[in-house]
Design a protein around this ligand. Sequence first.
Ligand SMILES: [Zn+2]
Ligand SMILES: [Zn+2]
Length: 278
Amino acid sequence: MGLVNYHNHTYLCGHASGNPEEYIIAAIKKGISEFGFSDHAPLPEYLRHGITMSSRETETYINMISKLAQKYADQIEIRIGFEVDFPLCDSFDQKYLKDDRIDFIMGSCHFINLGSYDFVDVAANAWGFDNPHPNSISEFDKHDINDLYNHYYTNIYELVNSRIFDIVGHFDLLKIFGHRPKKDLKPTIQKIAQAMFKHNVAAEINTSGLLKPVNEMYPSEDIIEIFFENNVPITLGSDSHSPQTIGYAFDKAVKLIKKIGYTKISGFKKRKRYDINL
Ligand SMILES: [Zn+2]
Ligand SMILES: [Zn+2]
């Protein structure tokens, strides 16, 4: 049995604590065999403070993790990745999508573009809907929740079809503060699941939602069932921003995915996905 954890951050993003070596030591203690760093890829300078590394720090990040990968090579497989906001911003140099040192690219949506609901520029009128500040959470009340979900999943669908990504991060993040859609989104999820299968994009089972107001994993059990029905590969992540939460509730996550029927999870190396028996 192999346990992987493909969603972990570093202090470079400005909202994580501890040093990466402590994360690795915690992962070894938890019996994790493959540990991926997927720190937030640089957003534009005016938006990124407290959210992502700067463009100039991209090489610092890769070199820092590469050194640790060598140091701990006999104990754990370390993978280097990025969690990248979709649509892409120029602040993240697209040369990294073809860089031999990069093992995986996770695509996530943390922003809704208010005003035009236009997908062109993630940073224009960007509302970081997972921001726990009360002024940000209150934005949910100003919109039709179905419109927000429609916008969010349209973006996720385009993310999958862009063929840039290996993994979709925290698939239903929009529920973070407990705001649920008021209509059945099964057809939408099925359409995205079919695209994920077609393009060999894995879904992350992310346990960090259990520590958020919604108090559930991302995605919900009914969505994981749709993924299973559509042969969508899955991987695991704790979305850790500190060494303390590495592998949080993985026992619960593994139990759930096995119950649904999964017998394999995915690992990634040099942008290639492979199956690992659970
Ligand atoms: Zn973060
Ligand atoms: Zn994220």
